[in-house]
Design a protein around this ligand. Sequence first.
Ligand code: ZN
Ligand code: ZN
Length: 415
Amino acid sequence: MGFIASVQGTLLARPHRHLFTSILPTRFYSHMAKAQPHPFCLTFLGTASAVPSSTRSQSALALRNGTDTWLFDCGEGTQRQIQGSNVKMGRINKIFITHLHGDHIFGLVPLLAGLLNGSGGMVDEDDPREFLNVNKPAVEIYGPLGARAYVRSALAFTQTTLAQAYVVHELRFPDDPKTGDFTNLRKHHSESPSGRNIQQEDGVWKDFLKDGLVSFSAAPILHSIPCVGYVLAEDSLPGKVDPQKYIPELKRTGTPMTAMRDIKEGKRVKLNDGTILEGPSRRPGRKVVILGDTYDPSAIAALGQDADLLIHEATNAHLPGLDPRTKEEDTHELVERRTKSRGHSTPQMAGAFAKRINAKALVLNHFSTKYSGNDDDPPSKAIMDAIRGLAAGVADCEVHCSRDFWTYSVEVPTE
Ligand SMILES: [Zn+2]
Ligand SMILES: [Zn+2]
């Protein structure tokens, strides 16, 4: 039996029907919860560029939406950062990788091992992990070409067994192979064979995933290696209903009160006397843009237009008088040129992109280790305030500098 067949066989041969039945209500309620908008709570788990420091861990960001937690990038030490944060590891069900640089993916395999009850095997006994728990859906990983091979290799060479399934879907660039896994290694016993190779259409990966009210899109952004940015767009939300406007009309015409359900959804309702009542018009849903490393994210501008929140890197800044490491000959132009040549952005570049897409808020991240993430230290805070100021001078919106364990919420709009 081949490896793929073995995984499928395991999935099919051990249905645990009684467990399926017992788990239904949870799924039902979880489905109901997904139909409701929740605040998007973004917790920055790692905000360092390249090398971690005592105040900043490597890139990772958790977005909590109701009971779901989606992780964006997973640098070294992410699992430990989660332990010290308000993010519950067991709730992570989707992981999005922006690019394959180590500071964005080195923590992924340890995180999977922790999340999926990994083990190094048993001596003289069967490892129960060889029997996948088919009652839980696979943890989904999305990323550019190489993400699947990277996870498979690391699990294979460390001989790690996992008690639950995972799956890697790849966002394939036009020059990438359209099919295949980019490795000759056999699938890991925990790897679901349902990993997709998602091709670009018109230069982007539009709506490659839908989860509840949220559609996920992605676009290539320019960096030193293939890199993507993600756009989370929420469906339109029901408008605010003024009961005084509708209930007396329903009563007057003897129309059942159940019509209020359609009115709340913004639908047209025909009353018993033939009158037509229009529900309030729906409100636009929220949009969050999360970029990986970049010196030019232009290709995501259309998808990210009018974002409620843009997360953009700002690796280096020119801070004469504040940053003692500023070189005598440095100018803003020189620092920008140097930053771009390494595939990165300055705060002004981030601010300009926020303005270009008419973002309502900009959060900067992925800071050079020169910039400490300790706001209790006045010189460090002065530097971060200056970085924020450089971006705010260009952007036309509120601007924040992220630090590890900081949470920013995009609330459900009230009207
Ligand atoms: Zn990076
Ligand atoms: Zn990078």
